[in-house]
Design a protein around this ligand. Sequence first.
Ligand SMILES: *Cc1c(COP(=O)(O)O)cnc(C)c1O
Length: 222
Amino acid sequence: MTNELQSLFKRLEKGNPFGEKVTLVAATKTRTPEEIDGAIAAGVTDIGENKVQEFCEKFDLVHGARRHFIGRLQRNKVKYLIGKTFLIQSVDRDGLAEEIARLSQKAGIASDILIQINIGREASKGGYDPSEGTAAFERLSAMEGLRVKGFMAMLPDTGDETVLVPLCEQMRALFERARDASCDVEYLSMGMSGDWELCIEHGSNMVRLGTAIFGKRPLPRG
Ligand SMILES: *Cc1c(COP(=O)(O)O)cnc(C)c1O
């Protein structure tokens, strides 16, 4: 794993063509605390889980990384995350944002979040419609208890660059409009193991990688 990580870090160190540093978030679903600690020892600074239960189970067993939540989040589970995350990346509806804001205020903190955009308008994926991105940004930015740090998106699962590049460019434009409006905005989280190089080339500054770091995930049981 270490060799792959070293070449990954080398590429990420160059940043994106916009002169920004690129943050690597290791997507740690199905990985054991030992595997995750190994990645941290090799230089990983940020880790992300996509299920609340796994996030909580591993929280005390893994040490020395910033924690991200990157999956579908139910309102009734927000309470398990408050105060424990560096970023909740997958805020995909107003009701969820309101609950994070409410519980954050109650805890006397502001939670940093990203707004998830369903950039490919896919039924299987969560997120605001791209046409609603700017309005959602304005509404969520006005909520006390939230700090909107940018956007997250997952590209459609296709190798066709003529489809992917324009979607990256739309996300970058949305990100830059928001950044012009608020100095809180820093992150465009876009790119997984199959498409991260293209995403960085077209404006992402945060990638979420699982298999590229840890190898293939075990197949789900059953
Ligand atoms: C699992 C996951 C990733 C990483 O996927 P890989 O293809 O293994 O790199 C990225 N983002 C989210 C939201 C995930 O759940």
